[in-house]
Structure formats: C-alpha cells, structure tokens
Design a binder for this molecule. Structure first.
Ligand code: 5AD
Ligand code: SF4
Length: 476
C-alpha cells in the first residue's frame, strides 16, 4: 500500500549519522587502509545525482573510491529500468562478479536504483543471484548507512524495497564527480504515465524540493566555484505545483538567475504538455539561463502521441518551438528524445516523426527503439513490426538528422561564443572541449588550465556534431 510523500525527518537523518559512525569504526577495525568502493551508474542524470549522494555517504563512512570492481570491498550498481538493454547489461555485469565474491567473501555486492523497484527484478535477484548482499530501492537511498551496516554485520541478505509515493531527503552528503559542473535535483518522480514508460512506477509521484533548499544548494555551489549547474527533474515544468504556496519553474529560474556570480543554469527534462510561453520568455530574458531547450516530442504523429498518452499534439509542440525560435533566434538550441517503433506505429506514422525532425531542426536527437516495459500499458499493445524493420526506420531517421545537424553547425562558421571549457578534447593532444550556451561543442587548442572556466571561442570549422574553433580572448 502506497503511503503519503514526506520529508525525511531530522531524527531519521540523525539515526543515519549514527550508522555512519558505526560503519566507519567497523571499517577501521577490519582494514588497515581505507576500503575501496566502486559505484557503477547506469541511465539518466537523476541516477548520476543519486550516485553522487551515495558516494558522499560512503566517503563519510571511511571509503575511498576505485573504478576497478575487482579491487573494491564494496560494489554498488545503481541501475536503470527505462529500456531492456540497460537491464540486460546490469544482469551481465553483476553475474560477472560471482567468482570475485566467492573468492572474497568480505566483499559486499549491492544493487539499487530503478530496476530494483520492480518486483519481478527483485525476485530474480533473490533467487538467481544469491551472492548479492544488499538491494535497496529509489526511496531509501538516504538509509544506505543503516542498510550497509546490516549487510556488513548480519547473517542475512538485506532487501529494502518499500512501495511508496516517495520522500524528499535534504542534507544527505554529496561527493560530486566534477568540481565545476554540478547537478541539482529540484524535483523527483513523475505523474505523467506515458504509456511506454516505467519511470512513474519506480520513481513515485512528483514532489518538489522547497525553493529555499534549492537556492541554498545553488548558492553553495556558486561559492565553491561551480560554473555550470543543471537543474534536474523528470518534468521540471511542473516544479512547484505541489508546494505551498505554489511556485512556478519560471519563478525558480528567475530567482536563481538573480543570484550574484558568473555561472550558467541548465535544466532538463521539459515536457511539452507543461512547457509554457512564460518559461520560454524566462529563458530568453534571463542572461544566465542557457538557451538550450531539451523538449522531447517522442513522435510526430498525433495518433501515436495519443496512444503514448503524451497529452499534446504535433501542432502544439511546433507552436512552442516556433515561439522559442522567435524569441531566441540563432541562439536557441533544441534537442529532443524520440521513440521509434511504438507498438502499432506504421511506417507512414513514423514518417511524420521524420518530417517533424526536419521541421524543428534540432541540434541533436536522442533516439530509441521502443522497448517493452512489463507493467506499462504499451507492453500489452499489439506490436507487429519486427525489430529489424524498426532498426531500418531508425537508420533512416539518423541519416536525416545527421544532415540537419551538419547544416545547423555550418550556420555558426565565423561566430564567436562564450563557452564553458569542460574537458580535454578528442580532436588532438592539445585540444580542449567547450560548450556554448546552446549546448554545442567546440574543440580548440589551448592550455589545460582553462578547463573549468568560461572563454570566448570563434568557430573556424563546423563538423557534424562538433565544431573546431580558436580561442578569441581569455579575459572573461
Ligand atoms: N522504450 C524506448 N525508449 C523509452 N524511453 C522511455 N521509455 C522507453 C521505452 N519503453 C525514452 C523516452 C524518454 C527517454 C528518457 O527514454 O524517449 O524521453
Ligand atoms: Fe516517462 Fe513520460 Fe514521465 Fe518522462 S514524462 S519520465 S517519458 S512517464
């Protein structure tokens, strides 16, 4: 039986802090050096953000980190349930650890994330993967210290998978993967129940963090020197509908935009159903909000959109995109998610998706072949088109998009962009990679010390998915 959403109490968080000390003492008594933990993350940015909290808690419990699973005393797989392929990879990778666990019985193998929130998966782990010690769901991540302590000291395997609408846990420690780029989840869960999607079943109902909590975390990040901060939610456009008083996502963006400091705000994901003109105007008016709109349309055909339960039409989607283009012009970059081969989709209907892609001219698309998710309505629908045929459709779409992407990039030749330099580049030894406001990547030759700063870069040669450029001035 699902229970009401609540904020995790101070007492509960104190209890967890008590377990942090207990695990920490236990580790000191068992190992001379800090034990190593390996956290493997699958799926979306929300999972990446959850893993950063998992690592934050582990660090407090005395763990250091490794990417090598066979050196770790604790391996945690943070899983994704959105497509079958991701699930298969998890089973394969967990299975591959069986021998290591049998040879090293003191190692703890743990599984968490969206996959675990599905009963048939948890049952399979219980039955067929007896060497897995700890399994916990998406609503109890903050209880990791207690669960780990039980797994380390008890004789039984630990399964903590409450069926609930979800919680909000503030103040859980965080160890971020990057020191200039950060994620802030502003809301959790999803209420939309798109007919193909498992997320609402495994992540619970929509719940927003209080504005003060988001602002406090944001201010801290800016103070620590973070430059690119991405606000996360399955559907950020419905942020604040559950708060009292209600706050709109646009309002939150304006509050953050008004904070002092040199930073850039990104956000994802937007749902066209809840994306408002006000949001587009806010993006256009707020100088620190990136002019990048990730607005998944999934299909360009109204019958398919209805069967997907998306609650908007092709026309409504186009009117939003056109308004955004009107206000932001060339500065705007659009990206989208698309599902190819939804059950019952015909080739003609798929061609409407291709024509919509041609019409909106996205800078890039994230395209997926439909994957049936047990428990969702679409998984019960007739799906007569064979996978090979869907793969052909997919290749056709990718070819079209490749031309559009190249065309879009070509428009930028000779232009100068303020970019955030985020990593070493791939084009050559001295290259660095930077992102424009619109989320386009420019690679240029420069000193590694520029990583983590904003720079002005002029595009010299646009390629298909990346542009080459040169540093124009380095005093911004
Ligand atoms: N099959 C294929 N793609 C899916 N997505 C969500 N569920 C499925 C599914 N069952 C895609 C959607 C969503 C993105 C995160 O994953 O395009 O926007
Ligand atoms: Fe899934 Fe739709 Fe919710 Fe996105 S909006 S998480 S696709 S149900």
């Amino acid at each position: 039986m699902a229970v009401e959403i609540k904020k995790v109490s101070k007492e509960e968080l104190d209890t967890q802090r008590g377990f942090v000390s207990k695990v920490s003492s236990l580790m000191k008594s068992r190992y001379e050096d800090k034990p190593l933990a390996c956290v493997v993350t699958y799926g979306c940015q929300q999972n990446v953000a959850d893993s950063e909290h998992i690592k934050g808690m582990l660090e407090e419990m005395g763990y250091a980190f490794t990417d090598d699973r066979t050196k770790a005393k604790l391996v945690i797989f943070n899983t994704c349930a959105v497509r079958e392929h991701a699930e298969d990879r998890v089973f394969g990778n967990v299975g591959a650890l069986k021998k290591y666990k049998l040879q090293n019985p003191d190692v703890i193998i743990a599984l968490c994330g969206c996959m675990m929130q599905q009963k048939h998966i948890a049952d399979k782990i219980k039955k067929s993967f007896p060497f897995v010690d700890l399994v916990f769901g998406t609503h109890v991540v903050h209880k990791l210290p207690e669960l780990l302590y039980k797994a380390l000291t008890g004789k039984r395997r630990v399964f903590e998978l409450p069926d609930m609408d979800g919680v909000i846990a503030e103040g859980v420690p965080v160890k971020r993967d990057n020191d200039r780029k950060a994620w802030i989840p502003i809301m959790y869960g999803c209420n939309n129940f798109c007919s193909y999607c498992i997320v609402p079943y495994v992540r619970g109902r929509e719940r927003s963090r209080e504005v003060e909590d988001v602002v406090a975390e944001f201010k801290c990040l800016v103070k620590e020197g973070y430059k690119e901060i991405t606000l996360l939610g399955q559907n950020v456009n419905s942020y604040g509908k559950d708060l009292n008083p209600r706050v709109s996502f646009s309002k939150l963006l304006r509050i953050l935009n008004d904070l002092d400091g040199d930073f850039r705000i990104r956000f994802m994901t937007s749902h066209p159903k809840d994306c408002t003109k006000e949001l587009i105007e806010t993006m256009a008016e707020c100088d620190k909000v990136a002019t990048h709109l990730h607005l998944p349309f999934q299909s360009g055909n109204d019958r398919v959109l209805k069967a997907m339960n998306r609650s908007y039409t092709r026309e409504k989607y186009l009117s939003l995109i056109n308004y955004a283009k009107e206000l932001m012009g060339d500065e705007l970059s659009i990206t989208s998610d698309i599902i190819v081969g939804f059950p019952g989709e015909t080739y003609e209907e798929f061609l409407d998706t291709v024509s919509l892609a041609k019409e909106i001219k996205a800078t890039s698309l994230f395209t997926f072949i439909y994957s049936p998710r047990p428990g969702t309505p679409a998984a019960e629908m007739d799906d007569p088109v064979p996978y090979e045929e869907k793969s052909r459709w997919m290749r056709q779409l990718l070819k079209v998009q490749e031309e559009i992407s190249a065309e879009q990039m070509a428009l930028h030749k000779g232009k100068t962009f303020k970019c955030f330099v985020y990593a070493k580049g791939k084009q050559g030894d001295n290259y660095l990679a930077a992102r424009t406001d619109g989320n386009l990547i420019i690679e240029f030759e420069g000193d590694e010390g520029l990583i983590g700063s904003f720079q002005k870069i002029k595009v010299t040669e646009p390629l298909t998915y990346v542009m080459l450029g040169e540093l124009e001035r380095n005093d911004i």
